[in-house]
Design a protein around this ligand. Structure first.
Ligand code: SAH
Length: 354
């Protein structure tokens, strides 16, 4: 069972687990349904508001349990409407969530860890290392908080914020069970993407679950020499092993993989590298998402011109590989993963930043 400050973390619990908890307090089954509804449908933040629960039970819940607190610390809004939130968790750690508006609805990018230990050289989230994993309630809480703060309904969720979701597998699984619960957010896994830097054994573990989500794989290079240079995870799971796992994933789930490829000037963005990438992925039913790298002061990496990106894309498309350049949202608001948190930490002189 998850705990927050030594108390039971209610928002992380599935209905049958709530039943068990309340049975232990001598309560009938229907109380669990009432509690689940207060937490996930009505989304109250205090036990006082749970008006159909007996007073004594409310007091006991307040003494022993916690509803994961998520507090808005900062907000940045871009001209295109993209909003980036800096949230404080119960222990004061901060994470980011980004709300984007597409023609198909509102999409929220959520964090899965405080910081990250994967060490990708171009990424701001990993600079201070990993502080801790997020609880399922804190992943779900980001969605609930944004819906509450903006009055907007979230139509799709991308797990592409701070952290490596497959490095926090159990909480992510719990989050996935909660997010599509019909009495909760009721969000289909088809409206959810999960992005990984390529933890091969975890990709296999995820495949076994046959979730209908979209798996995004951060490839970012077409040969091991380049990938070693920018993604330390490649030393452990080189490209051949990663792509073999992706093929197994597709065979098992039938879900097309989306590869992410951040274009970094002079590192991985030449026409020759586009041709190599085509040779590498050409036999797969997949999609390539090209992302002009977001410059992060500490990394020294920069992006090439728009034309360079288009040439790269056209080579892939001409070879029959589906590839698009990601529409850029909110570029003027530190939209790259972890930049708001990092800049905020630098300002405050905090030693914990990522
Ligand atoms: N840990 C997961 C998800 C978090 S990052 C992963 O690695 O996939 C989401 C995506 O943004 C990843 O593809 C990541 O490599 C990419 N990314 C991180 N920093 C970036 C930057 N500065 N510019 C462009 N893409 C970046």
């Amino acid at each position: 069972m998850n705990t927050i400050n030594g108390k039971t973390d209610l928002l992380s619990m599935l209905p049958d687990e709530l039943e068990g908890l309340l049975a232990g307090m001598g309560q009938p089954r229907f109380r669990a349904q009432q509690l689940f509804s207060w937490l996930h449908e009505k989304r109250v933040d205090s036990f006082d508001k749970m008006s159909n629960l007996p007073g004594a039970l409310r007091e006991r819940l307040a003494a022993e349990c916690e509803i994961a607190p998520i507090i808005e610390r900062r907000r940045q809004q871009a001209r295109d409407g993209t909003i980036k939130f800096l949230f404080a968790l119960g222990d004061g750690n901060t994470i980011e969530s980004v709300l984007m508006h597409h023609d198909y609805g509102n999409s929220l990018c959520i964090s899965s860890q405080v910081g990250c230990r994967m060490g990708c050289r171009f990424c701001a989230s990993t600079i201070g290392g990993k502080v801790r994993d997020l609880l399922a309630s804190e992943m779900l809480g980001q969605i609930y908080a944004v819906e509450r703060l903006t009055g907007k309904r979230i139509d799709s969720v991308v797990m592409m914020g701070i952290g490596e979701p497959l490095d926090n597998f159990e909480q992510v699984e719990r989050f996935l069970a909660l997010v599509h619960h019909p009495k909760g957010l009721n969000l289909s896994h088809r409206h959810l993407s999960l992005s990984t830097c390529g933890l091969v054994p975890m990709i296999d573990r995820l495949a076994e679950k046959k979730y209908q989500l979209t798996l995004s794989v951060s490839l970012h290079a077409c040969d091991n020499e380049t990938r070693d240079r920018i993604m330390p995870v490649n030393h452990r799971y080189p490209i051949e092993e990663l792509l073999a796992a992706c093929k197994r994933y597709f065979a098992r789930t039938g879900r097309r993989i989306s590869y992410e490829y951040s274009l970094i000037a002079g590192v991985n963005d030449s026409p020759d590298q586009a041709r190599k990438l085509l040779a590498l992925l050409g036999d797969q039913n997949c999609h390539v998402n090209l992302i002009p790298v977001n410059p992060v002061a500490e990394t020294g990496f920069t992006r090439g011109s728009r034309r360079d990106a288009e040439v790269f894309r056209d080579i892939l498309n001409a070879g029959g590989l589906s590839a698009t350049i990601r529409r850029e949202l909110g570029t003027e608001i530190d939209a790259a993963c972890g930049q708001l948190r990092r800049n905020e930490a630098k300002k405050e002189g905090s030693p914990v930043c990522g």
